[in-house]
Design a protein around this ligand. Structure first.
Ligand code: ADE
Ligand code: ZN
Length: 343
């Protein structure tokens, strides 16, 4: 078998946990701030990179929402989106399920149509240029009210054919999933699937609420489910995937160092875990960098890397025919890599 970094690079994979606003690289941040005449507290790319050190999720979110202020019109959202796809084409990502946070934009007076049409334009171009398919997940901000989430849902209805699922993100502590039970019920009635950030900083009980009350099809992060063995059993039985983001968890101090991360235990327990980047421009790592953390520090070997790439498609919202095709593509890629290797 080929070396593990080549394997990670060449295997087709899906990314299921990435916030498009979290892909805003410092260079584009500065460019858009100048174009839109928005004040930012940085003068250079290196200053921005230096500022990106976070005590916890909330400290990160403050800079994240501040950065989103430079996104003003449809072309900004298009440039943001296509830049992300250009970058991940190099990582052999073949399918993406992309989060966006429209409340962070409409609250500043940006029209929802400009946000979503810019992103959709980038997604369509990525399909044509890079053969990367994608789906869109609208996240409600859990630090805002239920009423604000209902307003957002209403605004999204004309675009329902372009939005696969609704999600729940932002500051987790003291914002339990149960606060959003009614709006998630309404969203499901309107035909949306549901996913929920839970068990990142919040307790295992938030993961339970996400499944039982919000009927989440996937849990984003979910690493703290390990604190409740009965819950782990339930996640395995129901085949509910966890979209884990190792580098994010270190940057936001969910674990103090990568060797303390529980991804190995989650994987070994039989949970359907996937590897993702969350906010790569803020955390300094795209999806393959996240895979390499597992290889370099947590003894993940070739069969496990291959399985994690398969998990990424199995946990996706693709139809079963597409999933089968991608699983076969992974097997074919592995065979090719083995054939290239001298005996
Ligand atoms: N929004 C962007 N990144 C997030 C994260 N890691 N957790 C919750 N909300 C987010
Ligand atoms: Zn996230």
């Amino acid at each position: 078998m080929t070396d593990l970094s080549t394997l990670v690079k060449k295997l087709p994979k899906a990314e299921l946990h990435v916030h498009i606003e979290g892909t805003l690289e410092p260079e584009l941040l500065i460019k858009l701030a100048q174009k839109n005449k928005i004040d930012i507290p940085y003068k250079s790319v290196s200053e921005i990179k230096q500022a990106y050190q976070f005590r916890n999720l909330e400290a990160f979110l403050e800079l994240y929402y501040q950065a989103t202020n430079v996104l003003v019109d449809q072309t900004d959202f298009y440039h943001l989106t296509i830049a992300y796809f250009e970058r991940i084409a190099q990582d052999n990502v073949r399918h993406v399920e992309l989060f966006f946070d429209p409340q962070a934009h409409v609250s500043r007076g940006v029209h929802f149509s400009e946000v979503i049409e810019g992103i959709l334009q980038g997604m369509e171009e990525a399909r044509a240029r890079f053969n990367i398919t994608s789906k869109l997940i609208l996240c409600f901000l859990r630090h805002l009210s239920e009423e604000s989430a209902f307003d957002m849902l209403k605004m999204a209805l004309p675009y329902r054919n372009y939005i696969t699922a609704v999600g729940l993100d932002s500051a987790e502590k003291d914002h339990p999933p149960k606060n959003f039970e009614r709006v998630f019920t309404q969203a499901r009635l309107e035909g949306f699937l549901t996913v929920v950030h839970a068990g990142e900083e919040g307790p295992a009980d938030y993961v339970r609420q996400a499944i039982e009350l919000l009927k989440a099809r996937r849990i984003d992060h979910g690493v703290r489910c390990a604190e409740d063995p009965e819950l782990v059993k339930k996640l395995i039985e129901l085949k509910i995937p966890l979209t884990v983001c190792p580098i994010s968890n270190i940057k936001l101090k969910v674990f103090s160092k990568i060797t303390d991360h529980n991804i190995r235990a989650l994987y070994d327990s039989g949970l359907l875990v996937t590897i993702n980047s969350d906010d790569p421009a803020f955390f300094g790592g795209y999806i393959n960098d996240n895979f390499m953390e597992l290889v370099d520090h947590l003894r993940f070997q070739a069969p496990e890397i291959i399985q994690l790439c398969k998990n990424s498609f199995m946990a996706s919202f693709l139809d079963s025919g597409s999933k089968e095709e991608y699983l076969k593509l992974i097997d074919d890629t592995v065979k090719e890599l083995m054939a290239e290797q001298p005996a």
